[in-house]
Design a protein around this ligand. Structure first.
Ligand SMILES: [Ca+2]
Ligand SMILES: [Ca+2]
Length: 976
């Protein structure tokens, strides 16, 4: 990509994708920032559309999922009630063999055996239900499920005398439906079902019919729930039919793949939520991506086979993905043969649906391909720069579809293309759309890689630009591989209710935490089944109950924990919320007038709520879905610490209002300790597989921080803190760099003292990249201020991951001395303990980064008045003098035998008090009339000390830290 291309305004957002290594492609930035694409956007309205594509009705295009293969067929010979074994049970016209199950109500449920044990018809009693299973039910699994529900009906003594179960077209079951004046399941969409009841021949009758075995499976689950809810089964009238045929999950994130158990538990969850597709595509399974040409070794193959079987039990189709794009030669026969060998291996263990993933791959071609696939004009692009690659990929994918999938009579191939988002016309989509086999089904992520909302119009447009009638959505929700500090427990929102009319379905890309993903997945299950009845909030509450179990304390706890994880950055503004439940308690507390009964009540309620949060690690331990607890524990622990910090904050605000400030120091101490514990890095970076715990879990969606900030602000007001700005001469300098620049973002922009202009690299930061500041002559320096990234308040983005600042007197750095480490903040300031002589300053990256670099300004200053002696700290001294107790300077004595000194001198001024917020043993002095005067002591307990100075003119303050003092923290040291 050239620098010129980088200037395109689309660059910034696309770069973000790349930087954060989203599940989807950084590679997309090339498309997004391509000047040709700009052209495409401009000409978009004139793009002719195909008439035939305007009138697609996908809702009638039922799934081409592989049919459910019957399990080992039931041994009908053993049935005493099989009346005609000679009849082909598959034929809708010849149904006469029926199995009637009559089980005693005391039959224990674990008596289920591999082969169905068919009982003779027993005489009806008042208590028991006579159950008839239509011979349309051929597989053991379904048969056993009916047996089991029959046992349950009997043990629960439901209000039904006879029950019928069968599939669509089953004559006897159809007859019962007719007797009930009901239609049959024949006209329902695949996977639909009926549960009907009424009186037939004076018997209270229940009829359960699935459109197919999956439909019956769902019906039985539904019936089980009705029984659990003590519903009156004599008054049931249910007809359910899915709006979308593909209701799935794609395990497609970066990071450690889910465990075998987590996947199996997921399949069961999916079955219960009527989801029917699982796409196996973990980015870190080397055999499907990095080493795709290698066959699985037997043990790995066995594991996949085990998964396939577990999926099948829950009527979930296991789809296998191959991602050959990293090193394939699309035209190579050898590579195609490798593909066939791999797919054959997977087919041998039961996979029938295959999927080619061409996401996150290099945008080049091998020389062999490049010689064959030349760029050529397409309908709207006379110079189509992507047509060669698009053709190469289409050649390969079409060949897999034609010479493997169709040849073996498998369901049509699925594909995620390299260019998988946005509905606007662009050269790649057009070129590939014109070349691709029309039966291949495409995945698409919506207008964005993450899409806050997805509309019917957008899908219709995408179908035109991709030249396809077969599209389904890879939805990057609730995936968190690019935001691994977050758990997304917010319900699915922002997908139009009418999407089912134009597309086949969704697969949700879930989180690294499999069980925590169930919140999002439950929403997909409901939404994809019937978007009209899907209610996000009701779904959320139902999922809370499902995962929490029966313990009311666990339900309340989970409700509160879920509330703390509701903000999704990509949601449309209307759907963004920050801990709404907790916020309402805080709002009531804040708006109540101090001293009123309302205030006391609101304070009590808030504290009660905060105590629920504090107790989360204990109460959630008792929740039913322990996998969720284990997945979420780092967030649960962090929330608990925030809860404690919040309680201290309530006390601080309350005591300052009341004037009873004795406990202020203790509460300030608690607040600081708990905030520190809440910020412990307790998560690994799963994306890079770094085993170290390097990420702080984010929880509370900013609500904790805001409230704690208010308590700190109250302390600031109590102390009268203000920034103690020391004046210092800025040294004129010239900044240069060896890092290539992006567009007009020249190095000279780095020290024009204008924060609106910047240097911008045109690539990611590499270890050794250096910014050089030339001070023209060797002179005293003490402060360096670096404004990096897009704004002063950023802590990530286009900033140094790690960098060292050196001072030197030679341009080659031969005598350079490290003087500071740049921290990840947009406004980094280094204050040296004492001034030092230097001619050059170097800022050198000490690690590679996925991020590019922006430097808005770098300036160097002379003596500042700061003097620090015998203290070791990695914090910026600025934190002691920035006017807020929220930032602090932690350190310890270099030499324990001597005292430490922190001294700040400034222009003489009239002062009322000298204050110190911190935890340090020492003596405070003020400089007045040319000498240091002792003002008082500060102790090692957290203190908020104010010392009167009586309006004397002073020009310096000093803290002498006792020798042998332990580690200390100084939040703020200043005057007012
Ligand atoms: Ca600038
Ligand atoms: Ca501070």
């Amino acid at each position: 990509m050239s620098a010129k291309q980088n200037q395109h305004h689309g660059f910034k957002s696309s770069q973000k994708l790349f930087l954060f290594g989203v599940t989807t492609f950084g590679a997309m930035l090339a498309f997004i920032s391509s000047p040709t694409l700009v052209h495409a956007n401009e000409t978009d309205s004139s793009v002719p559309t195909s008439k035939s594509e305007d009138n697609v009705n996908i809702s009638n295009d039922n799934t081409d999922l592989a049919p459910q293969v019957p399990d080992d067929s039931i041994d009908k010979e053993t049935s005493e009630t099989a009346t005609d074994n000679s009849i082909n049970s598959n034929s809708n016209n010849n149904v006469s063999a029926y199995y009637t199950v009559k089980l005693a109500s005391d039959t224990s449920q674990d008596k289920i055996v591999a082969k169905p044990k068919v009982q003779p018809v027993a005489t009806k009693t008042e208590k028991n239900t006579t159950t008839t299973i239509g011979n349309s039910v051929e597989d053991t699994q379904t048969y056993q499920a009916v047996q089991k529900v029959n046992e349950k009906m009997n043990s629960e003594q439901v209000n039904v005398e006879q029950a019928y179960f069968g599939l669509s077209g089953d004559k006897v079951v159809d007859q019962q439906l007719t007797n009930l004046d009901s239609t049959t399941a024949a006209k329902l969409n695949d996977d639909g079902y009926l549960i009907k009841s009424g009186v037939v021949n004076n018997k209270r009758t229940l009829v359960v019919q699935g459109k197919d075995s999956t439909g019956l499976f769902y019906a039985i689950n539904h019936l089980n729930n009705l029984i659990d809810q003590k519903a009156d089964l004599a008054k049931v009238n249910i007809s359910e039919s899915p709006q979308m045929s593909i209701r799935g999950v794609i395990e497609g994130f970066y990071g450690e793949p889910w465990s075998q158990q987590a996947r199996k538990d997921l399949f069961q969850f999916m079955g219960n939520h009527k989801m029917n597709v699982y796409i196996y595509s973990p980015k870190d399974d080397d055999y499907l991506r990095k080493n795709w040409k290698d066959l699985y070794p037997q043990d790995k193959l066995d594991q996949i086979k085990d998964l396939i079987e577990a999926a099948k039990k829950n009527h979930v189709q296991f789809v296998y993905t191959l991602s050959p794009g990293n090193d394939i030669t699309y035209s190579s026969k050898a590579d195609f043969d490798k593909t066939v060998a791999k797919l054959d291996q997977l087919r041998s263990i039961g996979v029938t649906q295959f999927y080619i993933a061409l996401d996150d791959i290099p945008l080049g071609m091998t020389d062999a391909d490049a010689a064959i696939f030349k760029n050529h004009p397409t309908t709207n692009y006379p110079n189509n720069p992507w047509s060669g690659l698009a053709d190469a990929q289409a050649f390969y994918v079409n060949k897999v579809q034609r010479d493997y999938v169709k040849k073996n009579k498998l369901p049509d191939l699925w594909l995620v293309p390299t260019n998988y988002n946005g509905s606007k016309q662009d050269p790649f989509k057009e070129a590939q759309g014109e070349a691709l086999d029309k039966d291949i089904r495409l995945q698409w992520t919506g207008e964005g890689v993450f899409s806050g909302d997805i509309t019917k119009e957008s899908v219709e447009q995408a179908k035109k630009t991709y030249h396809t009638n077969h599209i389904f959505i890879w939805d990057n929700f609730p995936v968190n591989d690019s935001d691994q500090d977050r758990l997304y427990l917010n319900p699915l929102k922002g997908r139009s209710k009418n999407l089912y009319q134009v597309m086949d379905g969704f697969t949700s890309n879930p989180m690294v935490q499999s069980y925590a993903s169930w919140f999002g997945l439950s929403g997909y299950g409901d939404y994809m089944w019937n978007a009209n009845t899907y209610n996000p909030d009701a779904n959320l509450q139902a999922t809370i109950r499902e995962l929490a179990g029966d313990d009311p304390e666990a339900i309340t706890a989970l409700q509160q924990f879920v509330d703390l994880n509701q903000y999704w950055d990509y949601a449309t503004d209307a759907n963004k919320v920050n801990a709404p439940i907790l916020s309402s308690f805080i709002n009531n507390f804040e708006k109540a007038e101090y001293g009123t009964a309302e205030y006391q009540n609101a304070k009590d309620k808030l504290l009660e709520r905060l105590n629920i949060i504090v107790a989360l690690p204990t109460t959630l331990k008792n929740m039913k879905t322990s996998g969720f607890y284990n997945d979420s524990l780092p967030w649960i622990n962090a929330a608990s610490h925030w809860g404690k910090a919040m309680i201290a904050s309530v006390d601080i605000l309350d005591s300052i209002k009341s004037g009873q400030t004795d406990s202020l120091g203790t509460n300030f101490d608690t607040l600081n300790n708990e905030v520190k514990l809440a910020n412990v890095k307790s998560l690994p970076d799963n994306r890079t597989g770094e085993p170290d715990l390097v990420i702080t879990p984010s929880v509370g969606d900013g609500v904790f921080q805001n409230f704690v900030e208010k308590a700190n602000q109250a302390i600031n007001e109590f102390l009268g803190t203000q920034p103690l700005l020391t004046t210092s001469r800025q040294i004129s300098s010239e900044a240069t760099t060896d890092i290539p620049q992006n567009g007009d973002y020249a190095p000279a922009n780095m020290n024009d003292n204008n924060l609106d202009t910047k240097f911008w690299s045109n690539r990611s930061i590499k270890k050794g990249d250096t910014i050089t500041v030339d001070l023209k002559e060797s002179q005293d320096i003490q402060r360096i201020n670096l404004h990096q990234g897009s704004a002063d308040d950023v802590t990530s983005g286009d900033i140094f991951k790690t960098a060292t600042i050196y001072a030197s007197n030679s341009v080659d750095g031969s005598d350079k001395v490290a003087i500071g480490e740049v921290t990840p903040t947009g406004d980094y300031q280094l204050d040296l303990n004492q001034p030092m002589k230097a001619r050059y300053i170097f800022v050198t990256a000490t690690s590679d980064s996925d991020n590019w670099l922006q430097v808005r300004n770098i300036s160097v200053f002379g003596k500042t008045g700061l003097n620090i002696e015998n203290i070791k700290s990695s914090d910026s001294a600025k934190a002691m003098f920035d006017g807020t107790v929220q930032t602090g300077y932690e350190g310890k004595l270099n030499n324990n035998q001597a005292t430490g000194v922190i001294e700040q001198t400034f222009d003489s001024r009239a002062v009322n008090t000298v204050y110190l917020a911190g935890k340090v043993n020492g003596t405070i002095f003020a400089h007045t009339n040319g000498k240091w005067q002792e003002l008082g002591r500060v102790g090692s307990k957290q203190s908020l000390t104010t010392l009167k100075v009586n309006h004397e003119a002073i020009d310096g303050i000093k803290l002498v830290i006792d020798s042998s003092a332990s580690d200390f923290v100084i939040n703020e040291f200043g005057i007012n």
